[in-house]
Design a binder for this molecule. Structure first.
Ligand code: PGA
Length: 239
């Protein structure tokens, strides 16, 4: 089963979230997941939607004002969390923390959705495969390979993200190359074949073309996930 994960980022107010939940809770899609900001997580869980956190504290508990711990998420029924999103890496220098965050998620049996992806210059100067390797190795450092098996990888080239990049979607061949590369690299080095999602300007129209890629396991969707009708159409197209 392919996954479709809507990353709502810091969007939608209380009223808009209520409309959003009211629509999707009746659909009962098993392959659709929703990542709202922390303050709305409980409403998604309580309405039976597959709920994903957008991030997580690198610390376990204690005096970390503004943070939310993996244990707190788990105790309210959250089983998935995004980690290492490029916006966090860029805005908060989160790259350094991804390894610790991954450890906290795994200690609490939360499935991480690890975001990786190259910048435009790295694509153009052909260093992108090294960037992918380095991001995986940095994230997986000093973690028992048995524990890594539940880590899902989201390939999100920074240049293709609609708001922070150019909005240009890579070709199916480019996405397929990276997906195979990630699956082979992780299998060789960490002994499991991860699910690989594609993210970056995916919408209800271009998903028709993306669905022709044979070796990806779903999508991480930002902008389009904010529009109920469009996102619903996208979810229904993904098989
Ligand atoms: P986008 O965002 O679909 O708006 O490009 C994807 C993401 O940042 O996860």
């Amino acid at each position: 089963m392919k996954l479709v994960i809507g990353n709502l980022k810091m969007n939608l107010n209380q009223k808009e979230i209520e409309e959003y939940i009211a629509f999707f809770k009746n659909k009962k899609y098993s392959h659709a997941f929703f990542a709202p900001t922390y303050i709305y997580l409980k409403e998604f869980v309580d309405n039976g939607l597959n709920t994903v956190s957008q991030d997580i504290s690198p610390y376990s508990k204690g005096a970390y004002t503004g943070d939310v711990s993996a244990n707190q998420l788990k105790s309210m029924g959250i089983n998935y969390s995004i980690v290492g999103h490029s916006e966090r890496r860029k805005n908060y220098a989160d790259g350094m923390l991804v390894n610790e965050k991954l450890k906290r998620l795994l200690e609490n049996d939360i499935n991480p959705i690890l975001c990786i992806g190259e910048a435009f210059e790295e694509r153009n100067n052909n260093t992108y495969l090294n960037v992918i390797k380095e991001e995986i190795d940095e994230a997986f450092k000093n973690i028992d390979t048995n524990k890594l098996k539940c880590v899902i990888i989201a390939y999100e080239p920074i240049w293709s993200i609609s708001t922070s990049g150019t909005g240009i979607v890579p070709t199916n061949e480019q996405i397929s190359e990276i997906s195979s590369f990630i699956k082979d690299y992780v299998q060789d080095k960490y002994s499991y074949t991860p699910k690989v999602l594609y993210g970056g300007s995916v919408n209800n129209i271009n998903v028709d073309t993306l669905e022709e890629i044979g070796n990806i396991d779903g999508y991480l969707v930002g902008g389009c996930s904010l529009k109920i009708k469009e996102f619903n159409e996208l979810i229904e197209k993904v098989k």
